[in-house]
Design a protein around this ligand. Sequence first.
Ligand code: ADP
Length: 396
Amino acid sequence: MKVLIINAGSSSIKYQLIAMPMEQVICSGLLERIGSKEAKLTYKTADTDREETLEIPDHKTGFRKIAAYLLDVNIGVVKNIDQIEIIGHRVVHGGTTFSNTTLITKEVKDKIKALSILAPLHNPHNLEGIVLAEEIFPNANQIAVFDTAFHQTMPEKAKKYAIPNYFYNEHHIQAYGFHGTSHKFVSEKAITHLQKKDSKMISIHLGNGCSMTAIKNGRSIDHSLGFTPSNGLIMGSRSGDIDHSLIFYLVNTLDYDLDAVSTLLIKESGMKGLTGSSDLRDVQSEAEKGNQDCILALEMNAYRIKKYIGAYVAALNGIDAIIFTAGIGENSNLLRKMICSDMDYLGIVLDDSKNEMKSASLREINSNSSKVKLLVIPTNEEIEIAKQSYNLLRSD
Ligand code: ADP
């Protein structure tokens, strides 16, 4: 069965066609800069690696172009559109409404639309992707997989804010958590690797967005992102945790309006605000040359993660494994080393040479004396979405 995975953003569409249940990627690609005369579309299969620069005025044109590649007589991968039986959509915010992967109906679309108020940068584009996919692939089953779903198991003591109950009860103001598809995927891999179902682990997803999850027996019990994906760790361009009084100070004393505050904290802070670049590779190479801002930003980043590890070990009352994943977690041996240094009190001891080895598959980087397993696990949100979509239909 062929499952097309769609991750539609404000100016991009990421796609992958996956054969299930073999989890075999048939083709993958990315359309970027939708709305521009110089949009970029990539298309990759076992024998083709194309990159095209073209005018893509809107998402609809983009979708049609992707479908044309999939069906192309020479380099396509399906003979007709109906060979794609399932379309799995990444949807960022499922609120309290969606705790599981869901077959999309008119009612589901209405709810995703209503939840746009909680994720204005993501849900409207995810929904547009769904509507267009329904138009272009009318006979496929459309399925939504929510980033927030994995965290629905968080207990109230972890997800409620200490503000009057009215806001939780009437307005559903609470921590929702994000990157759930990735945390679920890597923690399941870790459970299989450890062969331990009743496990206590922390997964650390470090990409442009960064988050950590405390996972007990395969269930999320606490998580560093909250009502929106902006608090917690220091990210590429988001500040993570701050004293919220800073917002009042910016507005009342420094004459910022609220849009400017939002732009500052979400787009101009984090590693970008501290160093000028949100890309960790730039920060690391400048730090190597002695740039003090970059050295300090890396120290701040690692220190914040260490503090969350301490908090989650306390919440879990123990720890079997720590997982590093996503672009930075999988590739930055420097940041992993900084995070794991001086953590022997908690039984966390890194093996430097294992940490420096490169591999695209799951690997242990802890020393033999470490009580805690340190695992690098490549995340694959597309495979997880394909798995969940396929399993949903199979169970019907
Ligand atoms: P997204 O959240 O957009 O999916 P990714 O998971 O691709 O992001 O992660 C992007 C981050 O990973 C960037 O900060 C990038 O610098 C970092 N990264 C990628 N490769 C490396 C590497 N070899 N060393 C250090 N950081 C890396």
